[in-house]
Design a protein around this ligand. Structure first.
Ligand SMILES: NC(=O)c1ccc[n+]([C@@H]2O[C@H](COP(=O)([O-])OP(=O)(O)OC[C@H]3O[C@@H](n4cnc5c(N)ncnc54)[C@H](OP(=O)(O)O)[C@@H]3O)[C@@H](O)[C@H]2O)c1
Length: 303
């Protein structure tokens, strides 16, 4: 059974890896049947945390998760979902949460995140609605996603009865923006970091082709894929030296950090099993230094 880790100040014990589900809402990438199989397999193997959002496939991902978790004990699964950028007015937040509860076929959401900060809807208004949902027991914890430090601080100030539990952010061995100021603050305050895109959509472990579905993604550009190849090669070399796979190296790099929970996605059972093999061991100091050396030499323009 996979170990459990404490999710920041909440005290909740969850698996160190979280199963993401953006792709489960995209039928051109994965069928509903296969998505359900992956979710069930992940739970059977000990991954008890699942991440989704109302926007993934316009609710399809949540519906699939609702179907997949039937037959498991609800209290043993930790479900995160997110309210979309365009639903951050007070009434819209309440409506969105009701929609997510319906699609997930559950009476509560474990962790409810603001998916992206809004440019002009006051945070106070959104968080007032979130706190109402929290008071009613419809959501157990409040969190944010893609919040830079000043906005995270502001969000905390707008909550009077509870605190922000999680900030889900873009973080992987290649894209390390949060290390400058956000991450030290979150560690100090014991707010959990959920690291999405941990494998850089697979580009960090050798994927080269850019599918149409990934066109929105800022790292999915031929010049960037070319530029990161020295890093990809070093990851492969380290993996073969220690009898691991590149995916395990990349995920372990995140897992050994304090308070960091990678949120990965896969459409294949063999990749699910591969990724679980990233838990329970540590990259050595020498390997970390080698990775850093190559990373420092890579210049990522415009990301
Ligand atoms: N909060 C936000 O704004 C936000 C933004 C983006 C994502 N997310 C969340 O984070 C989750 C993961 O993010 P992501 O999908 O962008 O990134 P990811 O997990 O880094 O990459 C997923 C890709 O990696 C491939 N992959 C996974 N394991 C592999 C393995 N062992 N070997 C080879 N390839 C492997 C998958 O292909 P296969 O299907 O072939 O395995 C898939 O195409 C999403 O599903 C979503 O829940 C949140």
């Amino acid at each position: 059974m996979i170990e459990r880790r404490t999710l920041g100040w909440t005290g909740e014990k969850i698996s160190p890896l979280i199963l993401g589900s953006w792709e489960f809402g995209t039928p051109t990438i994965i069928s509903e049947e296969q998505a359900i199989k992956i979710i069930r397999k992940a739970i059977e193997l000990g991954i008890n945390a699942i991440d989704t959002a109302e926007s993934y496939g316009a609710g399809l991902s949540e519906k699939i998760i609702g179907k997949a978790i039937k037959g498991f004990k609800r209290e043993e699964i930790f479900i995160t979902t997110k309210v979309s950028y365009d639903h951050l007015r007070y009434d819209d937040v309440i409506k969105s949460a009701e929609g997510s509860l319906r699609r997930l076929e559950t009476s509560y959401i474990d962790l409810y995140l603001i998916h992206w900060p809004h440019h002009y809807i006051p945070l106070r208004e959104t968080l007032k609605a979130m706190e109402k949902l929290w008071s009613e027991g419809k959501i157990r914890y409040i969190g944010v996603s893609n919040f830079p430090l000043p906005m995270l601080r502001a969000a905390r100030e707008h909550l009077s009865k509870t605190d922000v539990a999680v900030n889900q952010v873009h973080y992987n061995l290649l894209y390390r923006e949060i290390e400058k100021e956000l991450m030290p603050y979150m560690i100090q305050e014991n707010i959990a970091i959920q690291a999405y895109d941990p494998l850089a959509l697979g580009f960090l472990i050798g994927r080269r082709e850019i599918r149409d579905e990934y066109r929105w993604y800022r790292l999915a550009r031929p010049e960037i894929i070319e530029a990161i190849q020295p890093l990809v090669n070093e990851i492969k070399t380290i993996a073969s030296e220690i009898g691991r796979t590149p995916a395990q190296v990349v995920l372990n790099w995140l897992l050994i950090k304090e308070n960091v929970f990678p949120v990965f996605n896969t459409t294949k059972e063999e990749h699910l099993i591969d990724n679980i093999g990233s838990i329970g061991w540590r990259l050595s100091k020498e390997h970390l230094e080698r990775i850093d050396r190559i990373w420092t030499s890579i210049k990522l323009e415009g990301v």
